[in-house]
Write a new protein. Structure first.
Length: 193
């Protein structure tokens, strides 16, 4: 026969305090992951700055809103190509490539402005991020695209996220906090003859 005893308020407060400490630790861990993870921080190039550069450098006027749409496409292409750590000089090269594509439409009788839905080359070029480290050489019989070293070293932020993820998986396979609290309360309740 097992007898149980009533759990005092002091014991309940102790268990709740332990759970609160665990919860605060979890919140601090999540905050640290957000702050330290490199992909959690966005680059700070504003769309309007890119749009202004396109407006001032174009040889054919841009219709209303076209500059902003082209700038958004350029920034999205940069983010897709290199994540949030952009390659130095790539955005400038991509902007210049869009301006070069606009200049392709400069001929007598050509368009008077760059608009939405026309000038396909301009819109396609705005969705391409240029890699400034690549080089292309041509000769009469071949095209040489150059070489680029492939580095497989993970970034410190990626290693940190991997380590924290493995720690969380390991912790998740252990007993849950509720199971531990239930077992502690049962051990307090159990009265041994």
């Amino acid at each position: 026969m097992t007898l149980t005893r009533e759990v005092s308020g002091k014991e309940w407060a102790s268990e709740i305090a332990k759970a609160a400490v665990w919860l605060v630790g979890l919140v601090l861990l999540l905050i640290a992951m957000i702050v330290l993870a490199p992909d959690a921080r966005a680059d700070s190039v504003p769309v309007l700055k890119v749009a202004a550069y396109l407006d001032t450098g174009t040889v054919i006027p841009l219709a209303a809103g076209v500059d902003t749409s082209l700038a958004e496409n350029l920034l999205d292409a940069q983010a897709l190509a290199w994540g949030k750590h952009w390659e130095k000089g790539s955005l400038q090269a991509s902007e210049d490539a869009v301006l070069k594509a606009i200049s392709l439409y400069l001929w007598p009788g050509g368009p008077s402005s760059i608009t939405f839905g026309s000038e396909d080359i301009v819109w396609e070029q705005s969705m391409i991020a240029i890699d400034v480290n690549l080089s292309v050489g041509t000769s009469t019989d071949s095209i040489e695209f150059g070489t680029r070293d492939v580095v497989g070293t993970p970034e410190p932020g990626a290693l940190l996220c991997l380590g924290l993820g493995l720690l969380m998986v390991w912790w998740g396979t252990r007993r849950t906090m509720a199971d531990r609290m239930r077992m502690r309360l049962q051990s307090y309740r159990a009265v041994r003859p």
